[in-house]
Structures are given as structure tokens and as C-alpha cells.
Design a protein around this ligand. Sequence first.
Ligand SMILES: *[C@@H]1O[C@H](CO)[C@@H](O)[C@H](O)[C@H]1NC(C)=O
Length: 199
Amino acid sequence: MTSKYLLLLCLFSIAFSEVNGHFLFGPSPDILPAEDVSDECKQMAKEGICEYWNCFIDRWRCSGSHNFQEKSAKRYCENLRQNYAKFDDEGKRFVNESIKCLMRKFLPKYNADTNQCFALEQFGEKEHPKCNLNYGFCTAVKTNAISAMRHAYGASDTLQLFKTLSLCVKQGIIVSVWELLVKIVPGLSNFMQLPHQSR
Ligand SMILES: *[C@@H]1O[C@H](CO)[C@@H](O)[C@H](O)[C@H]1NC(C)=O
């Protein structure tokens, strides 16, 4: 039980600290675009086509450690698209709209003349839970969409899900972050029990 609360405490402090500990590494430098803006890519953002994130990644080359667009946005889009058929109607709408929402939010960044990789990451971490919230994550997660979500999300989405579920609780749509978090993230409950089992 103790480890469960420790993990929750950790997630909580990471989720709600604006700095995320990155202040230790100093300011992130401005970067310049490596590719021109493409109308085709902008159209993909409007239609919610995952390929848009490849356009973004090609134009804005960020290293692995601060690459929200590669590590989170692209993977998120592809995982949800791959599992689209598993969602009910409400869930399908959530998939389409939350994918488009995140792309729309990043469009001014895509078009920009300069960016900062760390700022992009912070922006993504802030906007992603809001897109989830605004397009029905909290209600979708209460229905059978949860089994589809279990396929679409992985352990590396834990923090993102935790933030989103916390917003759902704040809005009074669900009552418990933990209960849903362990239902969605594969292996999270096993992971939590591991120390007890191995003793
Ligand atoms: C979701 O998007 C797909 C592909 O663009 C489309 O075929 C489908 O009708 C959309 N579904 C909903 C519920 O909006």
C-alpha cells in the first residue's frame, strides 16, 4: 500500500510542478526550422492525419529527451488510430477530436520562425490533458471505451493520463484517479503489487 501512495505522490508533484525539474538544465536554445512549411502538412492537421507529426518532426528537429512531438504526440495519434474500431461512438468522437485538437494547438508552433524544444514539450504537456478533457475523455472513460483505452495507452502515458484524470476529478465527472488509472495503464497494478509479491 505504501508504494502505491508514494507513486501517487510522485505523479502528483511532477504533474503539477510547472518546472518539471528541467530548470536544472538551464534555458533551452532557440532552434531554426529544417524544412519549409507545407500546405499539405497544414491540411493534415485539419483532418487529424497522424502523418502531420512527421511534418512537425522534420521541420523542428528536437533531441530525444525533449521531443514531445515524437515521444508523445505522434505515438498518441498512432495508438488511438490503430485502436479506433475498439471505441464506441462517443469514444470514436473523442479519438477524432482530441487528435485534431492537439494538432490545431501545435499549428502556430509548426508555422513559427523559431521554437525551443523544451518550450514545445512544456506546451504539449499542458495542452494535451486539456484537449482530452474538452473532447470527452472523462465521459468516454466511464463507458466501455476503457477497454479500448487500455489498448491505446502504455506505461509511458501514465503521467499524461494522471493529469487528465485529475482534471476530470476536479470537474466532478469522475471520483477517483487511481481506480481508472490502474484500469487503463497495462501492468500498473501488477507493478504496484510487485514489491509485496517478491517479499
Ligand atoms: C473519425 O474520423 C474518421 C477519419 O477521418 C472518419 O471516417 C469518421 O467518420 C470519424 N468519426 C467520427 C465519429 O467523427
